[in-house]
Structures are given as C-alpha cells and as structure tokens.
Design a protein around this ligand. Structure first.
Ligand code: PLP
Length: 428
C-alpha cells in the first residue's frame, strides 16, 4: 500500500468507505455503546462483535429442542447428529483446507492438548519443541505441562526464539536457522500463526517446510489468524492447527474452537489419541461396542457430541464470512490497517511517543497494530476509552488496535486518529 494514496481527512475516509464493496456488512453487527455513543470498536482480536443473525440461529435451535426434544438428533435436514458438517465449507475456506481436514469442537486450549497427544511423541533423540518467546500464557502452560507429562524438563526441551536485541519481532531467517540448528533433536515447531502481542504474522509455509526438512512436525495456534489472515494450511503442508471462534470469527464469548489435521493423517488409526465416542465411526457409534475406530480425517479427533447451541451462533458468523469471502476481506483489511498506520505516523511522527512494533510489511501482519507508547501510557489509553474507542491495553505499555474488515470503516479509523491526536496532546 503506497502511503501517498492516503490523506488525513474526513472526506478522504468517507470516500474510501463509499468505494468499499464490503461496507454494508457493518450493519449486520451489534455495536456496543460507550458513554452513550456507538463505540469505535477495535477489539475484534479479543472478542468479535455479535452478528444480528445470531439470535435467530439460537432461537431456531431452542425451538427444535422445545418441539422435538430427543428426536432433534435425527430430525430433518438440520439433525443435530450431523451438525458438525454444516460449518465445514466455511471453515475449509477460512483455513485453506479440505472439509475433511477441519472440524469445530471444544475450546482452543483443550484442542492444543489433544493434538499434542497425537503429534508430540518425544524420543530420547528427538524431543525438543520450538515456540516463539512470550507466547500466549495458555500455550505456555500447555507446553510446560505436556513436556512434564512425558517426564521431561521444560528447561531443556522448550526452545524459545526471541527477537534480536533492539528488535520487536522475529526474522523468518532466524526461525529457520533455529530449526536447522536443532536438527534431529527437534520434535515439533508449535507457534502462533499471528503473535497476539506484536501482531506479527509468521511465514507458516517456510516454517513448516524447514520443520519437515529436519524430520519434525509443525503445528500452529491460529487464535489471531483465523478469519484475519489468508491461510492455506493444506497447501502449506502444515501438520495440525487449532483456533478459536470468538475473536475474528465473531461467534460469541468462549465459543467453540476447531482443529485442522492434514489429509495425510486422515486414516491413521495407529496415531495415539485420547478418544471419545464422537470420534468413532459414525455408522457404528450406537452399537456401543468395544474397540475405537477413528472417523476419517479431523472428525476422528472429536470426543464428545457437538454443542448445538454453540454451533448455531458460530454458523451465523460463518455464513457472513462465506458471503463476504476471505480474499475480499483480506484486500480491505490491508487497506484499513495501512490507513491506520499512516494516520498514526502522521500524528505521532517525529515525537517518538508512539512506536508501531507490528511489522510494516502487510505480508507479515494481520489487521492488528501494536503500539508501544513511550509517554503517557495508560492515561492515553483511558482517554481513548472516554471518547468511545475500545482497544486493548497490555502491560507494561502496549496498545493493541484491530480494525476488522467486516465491521470497521475508514471513518472509524479517521475518528480514532482525531481522538489519538487530542489524547497525546493532553497526556503525552
Ligand atoms: C485467545 C487465545 C487463547 C485462548 O484459549 P481458549 O482455550 O480459547 O481460552 C489461546 N492461545 C492464544 C494464542 C490466544 O490468542
């Protein structure tokens, strides 16, 4: 995006909105109010907004439950028994996967553990795990306890990669070099797709290829990437992945996660797993017999019967994603975030108060920008909120802003910039 194409003016922002073919999706979402005013909501990286259709989807399933009770499992086209199939086309598009490689289930942290059971098989020789330093706490606890579960010591099993001194994000060349350095002691790379703190989008294809070159597997936590970046998990040859649906996927607080397992694991009954009846061959499930036979593909990792109400809310959002199309969303997202970046640079420019730590290259980021604030800190952030900006604060001094292409406008970004300018004048 050429920054010369942008202007710091309301009329320019309105012009961009007028040209935006996705602008009408904004009216499909409920916006929260702050101090009686509709918020400038840049927090879709924590909790996406509620699609207005969620209520209808939930009410439909509540009626089915009321009217059909147990018969709802096998009644009609929307039979609960097969409910997992409904989300597959949209998930396949969002993740860049085949439908049989994805399934919605559980929550993200639970899924990470389940996937580790199958994909982390340490031996005396090959046992190390590479992760980015400063990973999301749940991922850190997961790795720590999985390693201990195998009787190993996290201190010499976990290899955490940090940015070079004076830098905020990782260089792909450094990640690849570490993978090759660990060589045949490396069992797995288990990183974020997009780092929650810095907003850096990692080169998952290159990382996976390097992991495979040394005989390791590569799995990704896509909490901040699903519904945000363009993903091609199948083509990138990624081994496994999981994500959550309540951030960019707008499916509601704590709603269902999903997993990806590459096609080459579709028929691998030999892989260790913690199984449950919902992963067992569907045709035979109700024979209630001994002997677990995993279903084909990602479905074989399911444990328990699907949460129908959760999936109803999820589906309301996935329908919107399908209608909008990931490629269109990403094209708008790059412009929206570049506009935000341009305005921040115009405003804080040479003052040195704000430093954007998210990579400048659009190929290395999603919609989020993370700002290091060197003066004023929390007071500036609190002033944002007073004026209706919902962003998020991370100690000690990072503000994360995520303008999302589905429901944010260029005018939102412009209005934020005005508030930023005033807040910095007051407190920084
Ligand atoms: C949001 C997030 C989680 C949250 O995990 P849940 O199991 O959904 O509570 C985990 N990891 C990362 C990287 C996240 O961003």
């Amino acid at each position: 995006m050429n920054p010369n194409t942008f202007q710091y003016s309301e009329s320019f922002a309105r012009e961009m909105d007028a040209k935006d073919s996705l602008a009408h999706f904004r009216s499909r979402f409920h916006f929260p109010k702050v101090n009686g005013q509709e918020a400038i909501y840049f927090c879709g990286n924590s909790l996406g907004l509620q699609p207005k259709t969620v209520k209808d989807h939930l009410e439909k399933e509540l009626s089915n439950w009321a009217d059909l009770a147990v018969d709802g499992h096998f009644h009609g086209e929307d039979a609960w028994y097969h409910v997992r199939k409904k989300s597959k086309p949209a998930l396949a598009e969002i993740l860049g996967a085949h439908e049989h490689e994805v399934v919605a289930m559980n929550n993200l942290s639970v899924n990470l553990h389940l996937l580790m059971v199958s994909f982390y098989r340490p031996t005396k020789q090959r046992y190390k795990i590479i992760v980015e330093a400063g990973a999301f706490p749940s991922d850190q606890y997961m790795l720590e306890t999985q390693i201990k579960f195998h009787g190993l010591d996290p201190a010499d099993t976990l290899v955490e990669i940090s940015p070079r001194p004076g830098e905020h994000t990782l260089r792909t060349e450094d990640i690849l070099a570490e993978i090759h350095k660990q060589g045949d002691s490396l069992a797995m790379v288990n990183m974020a797709g997009i780092q929650y703190y810095t907003g850096q989008l990692f080169d998952m294809q290159a990382i996976t290829q390097a992991a495979h070159e040394v005989g390791a597997v590569a799995g990704f936590d896509l909490a901040h990437a699903a519904g945000n970046a363009l993903l091609k998990l199948h083509d990138w040859d990624v081994d496994f992945a999981t994500w959550c649906s309540y951030k960019y996927l707008n499916s509601g607080p704590g709603n269902v996660s999903g997993i990806f397992a590459h096609e080459r694991y579709a028929e691998r009954p030999d892989l260790p797993r913690f199984a449950g009846w919902w992963g067992h061959d569907e045709g035979e499930r109700f024979r209630m017999e001994k002997g677990f036979v995993p279903m084909y593909g990602a479905d074989g990792w399911q444990l328990a019967n699907s949460n129908v109400l959760a999936l109803a809310a999820h589906q309301a959002s996935l329908d919107i994603f399908q209608e909008a199309g990931m490629e269109n969303l990403r094209a708008k997202s790059e412009k929206l975030t570049a506009f935000l970046e341009f305005l921040i640079e115009q405003i804080s420019g040479k003052s040195g108060v704000l430093e954007i730590i998210t990579p400048k290259n659009p190929a290395e980021r999603g919609c989020q920008l993370s700002l290091l604030i060197h003066r004023g800190g929390k007071a500036v952030f609190d002033e944002f909120y007073k004026h209706g900006v919902v962003g998020d604060w991370r100690n000690p001094n990072v503000i994360r802003l995520a303008p999302t292409p589905l429901y944010n406008s260029f005018l939102d970004v412009f209005r934020f910039a005005k508030i930023l300018e005033q807040s910095l004048e007051k407190f920084a």
